[in-house]
Design a protein around this ligand. Sequence first.
Ligand code: SAM
Ligand code: DTB
Ligand code: SF4
Length: 367
Amino acid sequence: MTEFGPPMHAAPKPSEAPVVVAAPERHDWTVDEAEALLDLPFNDLLFSAQRGHRARFDPNLIQLSTLLSIKTGGCSEDCGYCSQSAHHETTLERERLLELNQVLDAARAARAVGSSRFCMGAAWRNPTEKNLERVLAMVEGVKALGMETCVTLGMLTAGQAQRLADAGLDYYNHNLDTSPEFYGQVISTRTYQDRLETLDHVRAAGLKTCSGGILGMGEGRRDRASMLCQLANLPAHPESVPINLLVQIEGTPLFGTDALDPFELVRTIAAARLMMPGSYVRLSAGRDDMSDELQALCFLAGANSVFYGERLLTTDNAGSDRDRALFGRLGLAFETVEAPDRAEPGGCHRHTNDHDRARSPRVEQAR
Ligand code: SAM
Ligand code: DTB
Ligand code: SF4
């Protein structure tokens, strides 16, 4: 018998599997250490990540978030990947800030298909006071539906972060996007330090942090290691770590970038799982173009959250029909909020929206 249990002929059911001791959280990662993880033989890396995942999470449970672009296009920032930057010639139509009832209708629809979190994104460098007021009403309205709330509005002052927290916001999404070393090749209108400062304000206001990045922008493995170090060495690990694969948008400077080896995505998710063991790691943008098999590898590597629904912000997402079929085939259950009137989207669901970081992986399966 090893510390992980007997040699496996038949996989033990989660409820029978031996408890694995959770690795402690570290905030002193070096880029060399992170790169050494990414360099591991694939099977060794995935085995470690899956073992770490099981020590903290139910390995067959996934969190679903649905996105809505509440204000689209015309952004003054020049992020090289983004369809919404006014600096790039894309075919995207600009839209004004949505009305509260439009947002609540979309949130209700997301809740009805099983999403536990509603994420509202605005193409702003930062919110004005007037716009923030309107977003606060949206946060309050979505909270009242019983869903978790997340917004991504660009840079925040400390006061704005506090007002969002006071309105009951759960998560603020603000990505570091890439390594400090590669960042200048992607964005020139906002500094890495600006991003870190917004994350400081979010944390100080008591909001949960959602922060990650984008792969496939032409960065190297060491950049991916360096980005993970930046995230893991924050004073607290982000509760949610979105790992996006670049969605290439015609008219943006990054359109035509060489495609990333898909195994690099899997490796990066596995390293994120090991470096931020208590965080939800979200397999984010790019799923529409991924095979079911690649997504399954990402879940094996420790991804335990996805964006669910037909659209991301301005591009298509893997559709919910396809997701329902995939979750069913993989035996994945999903976290839901307490809303007994909601229809079941697929295989099964479980009401475990407690977000305890040291959650027991031995939860009774609800299948
Ligand atoms: N304007 C706000 C900001 O940038 O802080 C919020 C919205 S912005 C679209 C949120 C995040 O989406 C970006 O930081 C980036 O990581 C991700 N994103 C945007 N366009 C993407 C693309 N084409 N492919 C992958 N991820 C993308
Ligand atoms: C994140 O990390 N990814 C989401 C969310 N946070 C806001 C956005 C993905 C956008 C993909 C391209 C688009 O649809 O415009
Ligand atoms: Fe604007 Fe956000 Fe797009 Fe950058 S990523 S151009 S800040 S909407």
